[in-house]
Ligand binder design. Structure first.
Ligand code: APR
Length: 281
């Protein structure tokens, strides 16, 4: 393990434009269950996953009922106000502060990267503490709408303060398109990076799982002299892709990633930061 930690630290220090991609595995050590791990929400309750596919069609068909349901029950992920970032979140925030990590692109809606101090975060599947207009894509914090009062006074669904459109939770539901601004910038970052650190995701949900494959396509041309003295141009991968996950994923099996560090993000990321500091000394 120590050798792998030294390798990823060296790769990070030598990178010019590193980004991190994260999933639910980042937050299990904060007490939020993941989805497809051994004790994941969908693993334990496949019916809940099937029900989750009904949420977006329900919003489109009847936003009032969508909101009544949303306000009546607890979130699948539990009370996100009561959880704290873990050492893995703080480690990524430290790598950003050190100028190494340019962006965190997360599938998590728990806002824990931001609470740990990360400034450049793309919430690819939305943020549980925000609302979004389904018409103009404007985003609002939950505090900007008194949803309980709207429910009491029969004024659901909430309306956009900018265009009057229907407001939905910012969270992206199954079958819902990724908001254009986030989708576009994430693709740009995946294409621009020279190092991608993928933490705590099973990498089976698309289009997010496409981002490492986009990065893998990028090649750099190097000139090299052959035995016969002729110069030839060779295309080599321009990006180092590293997975940090409790188990291998399709990215490992298909060799989209260069290597996997198998373990817990909350334990390994702080060790990587320590090693980066040691290397940079
Ligand atoms: N450290 C490292 N890996 C972990 C840890 C941990 N502490 N805890 C769990 N894992 C691994 C699991 O073994 C699993 O491979 O993280 C992965 C989490 O995968 P998923 O549960 O599938 O979560 P994610 O990839 O983020 O899911 C993507 O699916 O259900 C939707 O919208 C939801 O954003 C979510 C998306």
């Amino acid at each position: 393990m120590q050798q792998l930690i030294e390798r990823v630290a060296r790769d990070l220090v030598n990178s010019n434009y590193a980004i991190a991609l994260t999933g639910a595995g980042m937050s299990t050590e904060s007490g939020i269950p993941d989805f497809r791990g051994p004790s994941g929400i969908w693993t334990k309750d496949p019916k809940a996953e099937r029900r989750a596919y009904q949420t977006y069609p329900k919003f489109l068909a009847n936003p009032k009922e969508y909101w009544a349901e949303r306000l009546s029950g607890p979130s699948l992920l539990g009370d996100l106000e009561k959880v704290e970032p873990n050492p893995g979140h703080y480690a990524l925030a430290e790598l950003e502060k050190a100028g190494i990590l340019k962006w965190v692109i997360t599938q998590n809606v728990d806002n824990l990267h931001q609470r740990a101090g990360s400034k450049s975060v793309l919430d690819y599947h939305g943020n549980a503490f925000k609302l979004r207009c389904a018409n103009c894509n404007a985003r609002f914090t939950s505090e900007e709408y008194d949803l309980e009062r709207l429910r009491r006074e029969g004024e659901l669904p909430p309306r956009c303060k900018k265009c009057g459109g229907v407001i939905k939770a910012d969270v992206v539901h199954f079958g819902e398109p990724i908001p254009g601004d986030v989708a576009h910038q994430s693709l740009e970052e995946a294409w621009k990076c020279d190092l991608m650190l993928i933490c705590g995701t099973s990498a089976v949900v698309y289009p997010f799982a496409e981002l490492p494959r986009v990065a893998r396509q990028r090649k750099t041309e190097i000139e090299m002299k052959t035995e016969t003295g002729i110069y030839a141009v060779q295309k080599i991968p321009a990006v180092t892709i590293i997975e940090l996950n409790a188990e291998p994923t399709p990215l490992t099996e298909e060799m989209v990633s260069d290597y996997l560090i198998q373990g817990k993000t909350g334990e390994i990321l702080p060790r990587i930061v320590d090693e980066v500091k040691r290397v940079r000394k």
